[in-house]
Design a protein around this ligand. Sequence first.
Ligand code: G
Ligand code: G
Ligand code: MN
Ligand code: NA
Length: 254
Amino acid sequence: LALSHALKLALARNELSLVYQPQFSFERQRMHAAEVLLRWQSPEWGPISPVEFIAMAEHSGLIISIGEWVMREAAKQLALWQKQGMHNLVLAINLSGVQFNQPDLVTNLARIVREEGVEPACIELELTEAVALQNPEAAGLVMHALQQAGFHLSIDDFGTGYSSMSYLKRFAVDKLKIDQSFVRELESSADDKAIVTAIIQMAQSLEMKSLAEGVETQAQADLLRELGCHEIQGYLYSRPLLAQDFASFYWAQM
Ligand code: G
Ligand code: G
Ligand code: MN
Ligand code: NA
């Protein structure tokens, strides 16, 4: 079976699943949210990275149904977790640029969370900086509509594009996610430290939160906290977890 054809069948064959990566809030000293990450285990091809199959799904248009499946599964899981007593948990969901440019995006997402019994305020939508910058005027309008519908928004992979302060100000964004490429050598590279410092300060002046991705060492975490970063995500705190393991992790850190 060719990879692209296998992907077409993946949804129906139940080969897609979600994992959840905890995000640690310095202020609350515990988990604040989790990023939802898609996994595909193909019987023919084995496990395939989302970097590979998301790009393929974007080309074929399949990303629309996959994206809606992710939102529904995540909302369903969150509703269940809330019933079990996990209050104040936010799930962050990645949006592809193709999804973002669909005219019915806002109504579709709002309908899905409503049908699953979850408040939009419990969902944060991650949009990459590249997508936001493709057409900042149009992107600003969609972000505003998503925010009006009650969703939280963050800019993913921040620092890899060239957002100017003036554009950022127009985006109805709650959080900047600092790309892990700047975190990796945070302690040894003066340039990376300068960039991370600038992003955190920019977020602060625009009344946004900042989250550093790919945090793997305690030294990185300590430095980020010193710099005023609000949240961290990475292997230091936790790898992405299966739903069941995520629930154990949640209750253990409470
Ligand atoms: O966890 P990981 O290595 O697998 O993720 C790789 C990339 O795939 C990340 O850039 C992430 O944003 C993207 N990704 C993971 N899950 C999803 C998803 O559900 N939708 C979209 N559009 N991208 C995702
Ligand atoms: O959506 P985004 O591009 O931010 O996806 C996050 C990606 O980073 C996922 O592929 C996830 O599995 C990966 N990741 C999460 N934590 C770490 C980490 O501490 N180190 C590294 N190298 N990758 C990480
Ligand atoms: Mn992301
Ligand atoms: Na990212």
